[in-house]
Design a protein around this ligand. Structure first.
Ligand SMILES: [Zn+2]
Length: 156
């Protein structure tokens, strides 16, 4: 019984709404539509159409993670990928964060991090090798210098 009432209400609402759209397409003036639909003013009619469009638009934005959902729209909020770095909400289909351009995929992020760490390690190793090379070069030069000095002393 209750269900039947709700269903009837929904149907009436749908018919009313479709009626407005149909009349608009047919080119009826606001006043005519208003009269037929028994609304109190054309302003209310405009608000009705606008709010509907705004609502749809808002839901799309929320779904794509482009705006923060308010309490009413929380239910549409499931399809977004939050960036691990900057907390930006990206669309479900995005691979790269629209804000900071980092990959949104966790594995990709970890791979990138690992790659960066490897690069740092490699650079550190290169630095160490370079230092060792430099030291042995300096040692060799010092030895040469000392040998020269000793030779000079012996020859004098
Ligand atoms: Zn980001």
């Amino acid at each position: 019984m209750k269900l039947l009432k709700i269903r009837k209400k929904v149907t009436c609402y749908s018919l009313k709404r479709n009626g407005v759209t149909f009349r608009r397409l047919r080119g009826d003036s606001d006043a005519t539509i208003q009269h037929t639909a028994r609304w109190t003013s054309t302003k209310q009619l405009k608000t009705y159409d606008m709010s509907e469009q705004e609502e749809t638009f808002k839901i799309e934005l929320v779904k794509r993670g482009l705006i923060k959902a308010d309490e009413q729209h929380k239910k549409y909020e499931t399809t977004f990928k939050r960036c691990m770095f900057c907390d930006f909400r990206n669309g479900i289909a995005d691979d790269i964060c629209n804000n900071c351009k980092r990959p949104l995929d966790r594995k990709k992020i970890l791979d990138e991090q690992k790659n960066r760490e490897d690069q740092i390690k490699n650079m550190q190793k290169e630095m160490e090798d370079y230092k060792k090379e430099m030291m042995s070069y300096l040692m060799a030069e010092a030895k040469k210098q000392i040998s020269k000095e000793i030779e000079a002393k012996i020859n004098s």
